[in-house]
Design a protein around this ligand. Sequence first.
Ligand SMILES: C[S@@+](CC[C@H](N)C(=O)[O-])C[C@H]1O[C@@H](n2cnc3c(N)ncnc32)[C@H](O)[C@@H]1O
Length: 304
Amino acid sequence: MSRPSGDRTGRSPAEQSASSPRARALAGSGAGHRPRAGSPVGSVTRGTTGPDRLRRVERWLAQTQAPRLRSAADPLVVDLGYGARPVTVTDLQRWLRGVRPDVRLVGLEIHPERVEAARRALAGVPGAPEFALGGFELAVPGGGDPVIVRAFNVLRQYDESQVAASWDLLRSRLAPGGLLVDGTCDELGRRSTWIAVEAERGPVSLTVSVRLGGLGTPSDVAERLPKALIHRNVPGEGVHDFLRAADAAWARHAPLQTFGARQRWIATCRDLAGAWPLLDSPSRWRLGEVTLAWSAVAPRPGRA
Ligand SMILES: C[S@@+](CC[C@H](N)C(=O)[O-])C[C@H]1O[C@@H](n2cnc3c(N)ncnc32)[C@H](O)[C@@H]1O
């Protein structure tokens, strides 16, 4: 899939995007408000968040995406839709500073009071992230195309039909070689899944990351799938087949539980690698993680 071309007209990103056909379709197709020209693209949703909640995706970004961030001409990273408190923005900044000390973290939120609250909370803190009003048009203060955009627990509150247009608009705002991470997790961040969407190629992978202690079955994560997949956990869809295969392998390796859930998960992933296009290896599996190619789980056309 080719990279969608952005509308580089000299108008601010919010102005360009809010008036584009794609943005109008996006804003008009769900329960959200239609943006005025210049207003952020998207809809205000619940602001639930918490410190360290997104640690699984932060670790994945800092470890597996380090080359992308290190080689970026502009180390601009956006935490889109950070919620009622700016804690995930500072968490992400901490992780990514370990990779690239000059990373510029910007928290964008569509709810104006949440932007004001974040600015107040971190006023005077040296090196604190920036906060601004913004939506899917990624209107970063002063301009700039982010190399990484994390949108966690944002699209889950939209309609499935809005996902493709949101990705499309976000991709058009990424820097060349940039990455969007669209994911979901539970309240404490113990079960998490995310889709990696590249600027040039579109969606490339699905990652499942779980706390292994107390895990019943791999498919327990089904209720935390991103919006693009959560309604596709039904027979005939790739994500359903994958979770069933993971459950079956997990059951086969139940005797390994004696040595710990980690050994059982690694054996489960090793089995899955025989039949599924896994993109990672035991060094990630031991963390309770597994990443597979998007092609294996992409929604089947015409089944929505
Ligand atoms: C459930 S909170 C998620 C907070 C944080 N990302 C987390 O996972 O803990 C979702 C937030 O996304 C914001 N949001 C929804 N659509 C948005 C959009 N298009 N652009 C920016 N923020 C958006 C909502 O206002 C809300 O504050």
